[in-house]
Design a protein. Structure first.
Length: 164
């Protein structure tokens, strides 16, 4: 299925791996729903080359597979079909609440008990309060970049008090 069977990290929505210092991290599986090579309107090159092409709402991994999951889903509901924003970040469907809820549930499903989910969101078009209303309250988080980008941290705590 992928070339990194022992990887402990999943980036479920890697895009062009902008947030990564090591864009070839051997401990991470990079997943996205598309592959793309393009030159944006301002001349920048955009390359999206995931290790595995899959939809974040239906991940092809077994339960409890990863210790860390990064979830940086599209945060736009309006962008021109061929705009650089749509190409670089993707666009949510009109049913964005269901999509984010399904993606978040899949991220939690593939996490090990006591695994950590890092959720990155931009309030460019949808407030973080609306998103938290869909996925639940994080442990903590912080705003960066002028206040529109938010990093949220969740942990998968066993409901039955089982093995940690």
């Amino acid at each position: 299925m992928h070339s990194k069977p022992g990887a402990a990290i999943l980036d479920a929505t890697c895009g062009s791996r902008m947030i990564w210092f090591d864009k070839e991290c051997k401990d991470a599986i990079f997943m996205d729903n598309r592959k793309l090579d393009d030159i944006l309107c301002d001349g920048r090159v955009l390359n999206i080359h995931p290790d595995i092409v899959a939809d974040f709402r239906y991940m092809p991994f077994e339960n409890g597979r990863f210790s860390l999951v990064v979830f940086d889903p599209p945060h736009l509901i309006q962008a021109g079909t061929n705009s650089w924003l749509a190409k670089k970040y993707g666009v949510l469907s009109d049913d964005w609440r269901a999509d984010i809820k399904a993606g978040f549930s899949e991220c939690m499903r593939v996490l090990k008990n006591c695994g950590v989910l890092i959720f990155k969101w931009s309030e460019a078009q949808i407030s973080v309060g609306d998103v938290i209303g869909v996925v639940g309250r994080p442990l903590f988080g912080t705003r960066i970049g002028g206040g529109k980008t938010i990093w949220l941290v969740f942990m998968k705590i066993p409901e039955d008090g089982g093995e940690r």
